[in-house]
Design a protein around this ligand. Structure first.
Ligand code: M6R
Length: 607
């Protein structure tokens, strides 16, 4: 989603801003732009399309050392050149880039319109440079502070003034900003990825804080004007420029990375001898664990599916009620937050606004939320005082693959830890720990022999509609398979619990309709077989993901894709793999941009 980079230093700003934007490209965007000082004024270039196209239009741009830049993911107003950021005031001497949403922009536009302001875009953002212009009396910081007093909504902003060439002003409310403190240069960005090329010493702005940024550093205060001393932190994550390591796309690379990424989620956490597990970041004693009477996972999209798989495992192994909730719905239904419920906020990016909103609602009502996050230092990780990093490494492809399996793996570690206290004997705990420990090997084995993916893709890429089915632990996997195919190949598809098919979606089946049935051998296989017969009786084309050697199930399929045997609770970690590959190859077959599918953002920082 939208990205911000701002630079003030001793080197030419333009190439540094473009480099920063390149590092944010993975977040997803539809247009990009820059504004740098230009002699007496500002030099602004922006357009629809890729950062590389924008970079191609910057020849002959000024070599000045102060500027701001942005990648936009459209919310208010279509994908057009005028709607791209930066936005300027009427004189063109103040430019603003903005992440987030100004909720009262219509009212402000109407007010400013009456005072003779004309707008060049349809965006909510454009009110900001005009408000700042009205408030500007020679003090840039005060002008931004006064302008923001009129604004309701979320923002991370960076502002450059032609009349104050030695400063930038940035502010945050609900949209992250990190300030990198280099030698004689300061870089501000919405994501540490765009800062690390310059420095690893950073401060994270908090909500309702504003900062004056100079080459020498940053002075932070609250919007009310109280000075704030933020701790300087060192970025110690893996922020290297992501490489495809010989794969044609990040998505394929990330699918193939899963034996390693799952291993990292488990490493140092499983206790094979004790039949137990340890997640230090949760800081929970056995007494704390047994005091938990129910578990709720909060997340969106793929992370919600990971929460569903985890909830099923918690109920099965720990015998504690558990469920997953879609974070974007959660806080608006005025949820009851029982004291003895433990919440997990599952998020790859750690920046998803809907999930963050749900976390804040739980916290406001006195509940305890643990973060299950990939990106170190992200807002959700910081907001939840306790939690677990899933360590899948940077996920660059917009469609989540390795983060899903790492999230499930980390939640299964928690499950074992809890279950060992509530329900499992030493021997049972040892079996669970052993089963989890075997998963990376099973994943590697599958990826080395992925089965007839091409044949599946041949059918699916031509399909008008694809139905994904699964029962029990395979139901969230069916949902994830359908989501992946929609995201990457834009093929209408839906995931359903297999037993529910006869209550509606069966009407969608024509002779030849591809139905992908996720059916590893588990306690529900007999029931699943009956559901497969119902599919076959309608002449649909049945692709079955089954446990290697399970001939009873394989025989029913028009196309059988075997996966290695695992414990039932761990099966999502292997059954999801062929679905990820099917989505990837179907996307390629249809000529889609698999790493950056249309309309999607990697980090969804608006509600
Ligand atoms: O960063 P998060 O895990 O919080 O993101 C949640 C969803 O936006 C994300 O999983 C989305 O569904 C992906 N595009 C899935 O591939």
């Amino acid at each position: 989603m939208c990205g911000i980079v701002a630079y003030i230093g001793g080197e030419a700003a333009l190439p540094r801003l473009i480099e920063g934007l390149r590092r944010l490209e993975y977040r997803g965007y539809d247009s990009a732009g820059v504004a740098v000082l230009d002699g007496e004024g500002l030099w602004v270039r922006k357009d629809v399309g890729r950062v590389s196209e924008l970079a191609g239009h910057l020849q002959g741009g000024p070599g000045t050392q102060v500027g701001i830049a942005h990648t936009r993911w459209a919310t208010h107003g279509g994908v057009t050149q005028p709607n791209a950021h930066p936005h300027t005031d009427g004189t063109g001497r103040i430019a603003v880039v903005h992440n987030g949403i100004i909720e009262n922009s219509s009212e402000i536009r109407a007010r400013l319109g009456k005072r003779g302001v004309t707008f060049k875009s349809e965006t909510d953002t454009e009110v900001l440079p005009h408000l700042i212009r009205e408030a500007y009396k020679g003090d840039p910081l005060q002008a931004v502070r006064d302008a923001l007093a009129h604004v309701r909504g979320t923002y991370g902003i960076a502002v450059v003034f032609a009349d104050a060439p030695d400063v930038l002003v940035v502010a945050r409310n609900g949209s992250p900003l990190v300030v990198g403190l280099g030698r004689g240069e300061t870089v501000v960005a919405s994501d540490p990825q765009a800062v690390v090329a310059h420095t690893r010493q950073v401060v994270y702005l908090q909500d309702k804080e504003i900062a004056l940024v100079t080459r020498e550093g940053v002075q932070v205060s609250t919007l009310e004007g109280r000075e704030v001393q933020l701790p300087v932190e060192t970025l110690d994550g893996d922020y290297g420029l992501a490489s495809k390591e010989g794969f044609p796309h990040f998505m394929l690379k990330e699918i193939h990375e899963q034996p390693r990424s799952i291993r990292r989620a488990l490493r140092g956490r499983l206790q094979l001898e004790e039949g137990n597990a340890k997640l230090g970041g949760l800081n929970m004693t056995p007494r704390d664990l047994v005091a938990v009477n129910s578990v709720i996972s909060l997340g969106c999209g793929t992370s919600f599916h990971a929460g569903m798989a985890a909830a099923m495992a918690i109920e099965a192994l720990a015998r504690v009620p558990a469920r997953a909730e879609i974070a974007s719905e959660f806080r608006y239904r005025h949820p009851i937050i029982p004291r003895d419920t433990l919440y997990f906020a599952i998020s790859q990016s750690g920046e998803t606004a809907d999930t963050l909103g749900a976390v804040q609602e739980v916290q406001l009502k006195g509940g305890e939320v643990m973060g299950v996050v990939n990106v170190v230092g992200s807002t959700i990780a910081r907001t939840c005082a306790r939690g677990v990093y899933v360590h899948s490494g940077p996920e660059i492809a917009v469609a989540s693959t390795k983060a899903f399996t790492s999230q499930v793996a980390a939640m299964l570690v928690y499950t074992l830890m809890m279950a060992r206290c509530t329900n499992l004997s030493l021997e049972q705990g040892q079996l669970v720990a052993k089963a989890l420990d075997a998963v990376p090997g099973a994943v590697a084995h599958y990826l080395s022999e992925p089965g007839p993916i091409e044949e599946a893709v041949e059918r699916i890429a031509k399909a008008r509609y694809v139905l994904f089915l699964g029962r029990g632990f395979s139901y969230p996997v069916a949902l994830e398979g359908a989501l992946k195919l929609k995201e990457i190949a834009y093929i209408p598809s839906e995931g359903y619990p297999a037993g529910e098919m006869k209550h509606g979606p069966i009407a969608m089946l024509d002779p030849g309709t591809p139905v992908v049935f996720v059916c590893p051998r588990d306690g529900q296989t007999e029931k699943a077989i009956s559901n497969m017969m119902e599919v076959k009786a309608r002449g649909a084309w049945l692709i079955v993901i089954h446990t290697r050697g399970d001939d009873e199930v394989a025989r029913l399929a028009d196309l059988a894709i075997p996966v290695p045997e695992t414990a039932d609770f761990a099966s999502p970690l292997v059954t999801v793999l062929p679905l990820q590959l099917i989505a990837y190859h179907a996307g390629l077959a249809l000529g889609r941009d698999v790493d950056k599918p249309r309309n999607l953002a990697k980090s969804v920082t608006v509600e």
